[in-house]
Design a protein around this ligand. Structure first.
Ligand code: 3HC
Ligand code: NAI
Length: 691
């Protein structure tokens, strides 16, 4: 066996040379891997071998370029050099794929003359998720195999295509038996030699591009159909332009040139920097310094849920989807029936669940009015009304019936987990599991660590989150934890701005243009203005009171802050405007014209400042955890990296200076956090902080 370098070997099996990569965890195309590939192919090309197989050790084929290298200088041979060496090889090159061939990994495989894969493999060009485009010929080769429409879908969605589908699309030439990839690839190589199969170069295959020539509507229609999804993002549009270039350029080389130029533009820009930052932030959030990876976890085989309302039902679905049986306990028969019906309805309406899957999931679900039915659950999640007295009552009862070692969790949005835990004899088993609404859809799970929460309870919760497809972030106990605590800052300022002369639609527009799916007032209209509003106690003291009293309770009543037509399209409302103006007159304030810039700074900088306070108090482990919360729970645009990353991009000094200016004008709601002051004094950024 010849060792090419520390991550590459070149071996022989009869007439076939085998290049094997072994660069954990995912065989990313680091300088070492590129060097190994380059040298490996150079030697194999020069040898008397009649065919070459490229295969990887470990969990996957090459999963892409090494993202940690981006933004810095690249050492070693470039990827195009490696690809040329493969594509121009005088003998058949076969890529043998298992795990995921992604990004640069698939682009390498597309320079082989043939590709074989095991059925469990997946292939894709997910660069768009990093704010990029496939920069190693992917946008030029892919449409030559799968056609323009399928290529547009793949590069702009980044989706991973399962091997069977990849075979049907022509991306893979043959499926080989699971677990027998090398044998299958060798057999294919020998057959290629015996049958003198042609050395297929994807780059030369222009038939599918020709078919799309003279059909600019393909691109126009695709852009139109996806305009909403792509709003604000640069990368999808750049990906489309590359596929367009594949069709319209005079040659493959020209198309490559266009791809290269657009790739570099994205790579150097702030959006990709933010999205790459986020990639690592999401993975980082799973690491808890004092709860190491090998912390034992408690088995969770049955879950109990208290409350079949908005949250209880959604939470239940997460576990049912993973095959974990759930028992829901309610206090009211009607609420239980309604809750179970909503769950069934959600499954029946879902486009992905087949009828038999709905039945299989519903069979795992049982409802009861009997508290004792929770006695054999390994995890019990409370989702009852947001009142401390009720939560305490529930936990005291749970303490009496839950089996030893059961995890007792609260879905509270704001309340003190330690106070809740204090009524039990087992505060070490109590934790907050804060799901977001709709709980069966939203990716975020805030895991709230109480003062006495045991480490294995934390480890179990983090692992379980992953199992049910959530992104978990650990937070400490404080009112509203990470997300809602910061949201309160924005809500307060939005309300104040309205009393100073900005209309709700002005504020919503600024935040929408920033990249949020909607602004706070549109959000209130969607959720219902009457959440927490009690008619009997309402005395017209706030704008919301008056709106609700007029039965303008949001979208559901056809009017709220906005007026809605029959298709729920929002229009600024003269009625709301008059109510606001009356309030301003009554308060004696002088309304003024408020700039978009001020609206944005007033809504966002106090959030960044609150994030700094959360870090200062140790309620979040690291700044990037806060960003993971905001991106997955509150619609912060990922291309802006989250509030703390945005703070770094604006500059902590600028944020601090504005906070001080606002503090002078409007008081201590804007008091800068000590951590922000310290960072600025030391010329540092949030990203300089260690966990
Ligand atoms: N570069 C560097 N590190 C990478 C990486 C990459 N491309 N892909 C994964 N990693 C690291 C992760 O950071 C993680 O490190 P950690 O253990 O220290 O946290 C480790 O590998 C394992 O990753 P995951 O935890 O994500 O493992 P999973 O098994 O859940 O998922 C995966 C594996 C599907 C490969 C997933 O890691 C993934 O999607 N990776 C990114 C794939 C990608 O985007 N490829 C395109 C890169 S850009 C490109 O190729 C440009 C080209 O066109 C020129
Ligand atoms: P909900 O009002 O829709 O449902 C609460 C349910 O709990 C009701 O069906 C009620 O009958 C039941 N219930 C009340 N006392 C009970 C008891 N002692 N035992 C069993 N069931 C009881 O409320 P929602 O919106 O589902 O909220 C539940 C919890 O989740 C609250 O703590 C809330 O703060 C939190 N939360 C809510 C979010 C939301 O967007 N609605 C988001 C995240 C958390």
């Amino acid at each position: 066996m010849a060792e090419i370098n520390s991550v590459t070997t070149l071996t022989r099996e009869g007439d076939v040379a085998i290049i094997t990569l072994n660069s954990p965890p995912v065989n990313a195309l680091s300088a070492k891997v590129r060097e190994g590939l380059y040298e490996g192919f150079k030697q194999a090309n020069a040898s008397d071998a009649k065919a070459i197989v490229l295969i990887c050790e470990g969990r996957t084929f090459i999963a892409g370029a090494d993202i940690t290298e981006f933004g810095g200088a690249m050492a070693g041979p470039g990827l195009p050099d490696v690809q040329d060496m493969m594509e121009n090889s005088p003998k058949p090159v076969i890529a043998a794929i298992h795990g995921t061939a992604l990004g640069g990994g698939l682009e390498v495989a597309l320079c082989a003359h043939y590709r074989v894969a095991v059925p469990s493999a997946r292939v894709g060009l997910p660069e768009v998720a990093l704010g990029l485009l496939p920069g190693a010929g992917g946008t030029q080769r892919l449409p030559r195999i799968v056609g323009v429409e399928a290529a547009l879908d793949m590069v702009t969605s980044g989706r991973h295509v399962p091997a069977k589908q990849a075979l049907a699309m022509g991306l893979v030439d043959e499926l080989v038996e699971e677990g027998k990839l090398l044998e299958g690839a060798l057999a294919f190589a020998k057959k290629a030699v015996a049958e003198n199969k042609p050395l297929v170069k994807v780059r030369d295959n222009n038939a599918k591009l020709e078919a799309a020539k003279g059909h600019p509507e393909i691109f126009a229609d695709f852009r139109k159909a996806n305009a909403r999804k792509f709003r604000g993002f640069l990368a999808p549009e750049y990906n489309i332009q590359c596929v367009e270039a594949a069709v319209n350029s005079g040659s493959f080389e020209e198309g490559l040139k266009a791809e290269r130029k657009l790739f570099m533009e994205l790579m150097m820009g702030p959006q990709s920097a933010a999205q790459r930052y986020y990639f690592f932030a999401e993975r980082q959030a799973q690491k808890i310094p004092d709860v190491p990876d090998d912390t034992p976890v408690r088995p969770i085989k049955r879950v109990g849920i208290l409350g079949a309302g908005t949250m209880g039902g959604g939470i239940a679905m997460n576990f049912l989807n993973t095959g974990i049986p759930v028992t829901i306990v309610e206090v009211q028969e009607a609420a239980l029936e309604r809750g179970l019906k909503v769950i069934r309805g959600n499954y029946e309406r879902s486009r992905t669940a087949k009828p038999e899957e709905t039945e299989a999931r519903m069979a795992l679900l049982s409802g009861s009015l009997d508290f004792d039915k929770l006695a054999d659950c390994d995890l019990i999640i409370e989702a009852v009304f947001e009142r401390m007295d009720i939560k305490k009552d529930v936990f005291a009862r749970l303490d009496k019936i839950a089996k030893p070692g059961a995890i007792l969790a609260s879905n509270t949005s704001y309340l003190d987990i330690d106070e809740i835990a204090s009524v039990t004899s087992r505060p070490q088993d109590v934790i907050g599991l804060h799901f977001f609404s709709p709980a069966n859809v939203m990716k975020l799970l805030e895991v709230i660590r109480g003062e006495k929460t045991a480490k294995d309870v934390i480890a179990t919760s983090m692992k379980l989150a992953k199992q049910i497809g959530k992104i978990a972030v650990l937070a400490g106990v404080c009112p509203g934890f990470i997300g809602n605590r910061m949201l309160s800052q924005r809500q307060r300022e939005a309300q104040k701005l309205v009393m100073e002369g900005a209309m709700p639609w002005d504020i919503d527009r600024v935040l929408y243009d920033f990249g949020f799916p909607m602004g706070p007032f549109a959000m209130s209209d969607l959720a219902g203005l009457d959440i927490g509003w009690v008619k009997e106690n309402s005395k017209g003291e706030t704008i919301r009171d008056v709106l609700c009293e007029m039965d303008r309770r949001g979208q559901k009543t056809g009017a709220g802050y906005y007026d809605y037509d029959e298709n729920r399209n929002a229009k600024p409302s003269p009625v709301t405007e008059k109510i606001i103006n009356d309030f301003i007159v009554k308060s004696g304030a002088n309304p003024r014209k408020i700039s978009d810039e001020e609206i944005l700074e007033r809504c966002v900088y106090p959030m960044i400042n609150e994030g700094a306070k959360i870090l200062e108090e140790g309620k979040a482990i690291r700044p990037s955890d806060i960003d993971v919360v905001w991106i997955n729970g509150y619609g912060w645009p990922v291309y802006r990296g989250g509030p703390m990353h945005y703070g770094d991009q604006v500059g902590p000094d600028k944020v601090l200076a504005k906070m001080k200016e606002f503090q002078t004008q409007m008081g201590d709601a804007f008091k800068p956090s000590a951590l922000l002051e310290k960072l600025v004094a030391e010329g540092k950024k949030f990203s300089d902080l260690k966990a």
